[in-house]
Design a protein around this ligand. Structure first.
Ligand code: HEC
Ligand code: HEC
Ligand code: HEC
Ligand code: HEC
Length: 207
């Protein structure tokens, strides 16, 4: 049997960066290990740089940050309004006296730990567990705020959206979003208009 010196083998490298992964496959001969290393450096480093440019990832900052600018009468008291309502207490509800019965109905053992409850009651439990206890918090509905929370950006709706803010242009879009949790929750019906009246938090001068 003749073994060729130029045994070709596949090399698969995966560059992973902020959730994006790119597979580089190189077919290289054994003799070319030096070239291979150089090739990986030459292709890999600029590639990582490009990926990092395009995969800017927004992260969660918590309602305490939003409070700084969204608490006065003039601003529309968004933070205090949220704090007074049950969305801010939805994680706590999982250890309320009514929780065990609801858990039993749904065949869940430990509500505080179970994704079956957390997905609606503490939606950041995976993406930002440090803010799990904020329940249905600002950034659940408005998107992760690390980049848009700066005053200069917040002043422009367009810039805010580019930097991760979620906005709802029509009542239908709003309703659809609410229904992701409220549709048939615990077998209850959902009256969108009446529910929105209960939790709305407009800037007064815009009304
Ligand atoms: C440094 C101050 C500041 C911080 C911090 C801040 N905001 Fe704002 N935000 C503003 C200003 C100013 C506006 C424009 C208000 C207006 O339209 O009158 C605004 C507007 C908004 C709007 C309305 C966008 C639109 O055009 O419909 C939303 C939603 C919002 N902020 C959410 C948040 C959330 C959520 C956080 C926390 C992650 C946050 N903001 C943090 C200052 C801030
Ligand atoms: C599909 C989303 C969803 C899931 C999953 C879910 N809930 Fe709920 N839960 C809701 C909504 C929405 C309400 C509020 C209903 C209302 O007030 O109209 C609620 C209300 C409750 C309440 C009443 C709280 C109060 O203040 O009166 C308890 C307790 C509760 N849920 C426990 C649980 C438990 C335990 C689980 C898991 C076994 C669970 N929920 C899973 C959406 C959900
Ligand atoms: C990520 C899931 C989720 C989304 C999205 C959501 N809700 Fe809720 N909502 C809940 C849960 C869970 C509760 C129950 C909290 C509790 O009782 O502790 C609740 C409670 C409420 C309540 C009762 C509040 C109170 O203080 O009595 C109203 C009203 C409400 N939601 C309206 C809305 C509207 C309107 C939307 C859309 C703009 C919406 N919700 C979007 C999960 C959600
Ligand atoms: C259950 C989802 C939900 C939660 C939680 C929530 N918002 Fe909103 N918010 C909305 C929706 C939907 C609108 C869009 C209203 C519209 O344009 O009709 C809105 C509008 C706003 C606006 C713009 C008001 C205006 O008149 O222009 C600001 C500012 C805002 N939210 C800030 C916050 C802050 C700060 C928090 C947390 C303290 C928060 N929101 C929590 C759903 C939510």
């Amino acid at each position: 049997m003749k073994i060729s010196k130029k045994v070709v083998y596949d090399e698969h490298k995966t560059l992973t960066m902020k959730g994006l992964s790119i597979k580089i496959s190189l077919k290289i001969t054994k003799e070319n290990t030096m070239k291979k290393t150089i090739l990986i450096l030459v292709i890999g480093i600029p590639l990582l740089f490009i990926i990092s440019l395009f995969s800017q990832e927004f992260t969660y900052v918590g309602a305490g940050k939003c409070k700084i600018c969204h608490k006065t009468e003039k601003q529309g008291r968004q933070f205090p309004l949220w704090e007074e309502k049950k969305h801010s207490k939805s994680f706590a509800a999982l250890s309320s006296p009514e929780a065990p019965a609801k858990a039993k109905e749904m065949g869940v053992e430990n509500p505080v730990e179970s994704p079956d409850c957390l997905k609606c009651h503490a939606p950041l439990f995976e993406k930002a567990p440090e803010f799990k206890e904020e329940g249905v918090t600002c950034e659940v509905c408005h998107g992760p705020g690390s980049a848009y929370k700066k005053l200069k950006i917040m002043k422009s709706r367009e810039e805010s959206v580019k930097n991760g803010l979620t906005v709802y242009d029509t009542p239908e879009e709003k309703k659809e979003w609410c229904l992701t949790c409220h549709e048939n929750a615990h077998g209850q019906s959902f009256d969108f208009e009446a529910s929105w009246e209960k939790i709305k938090h407009p800037v007064p001068e815009k009304q």
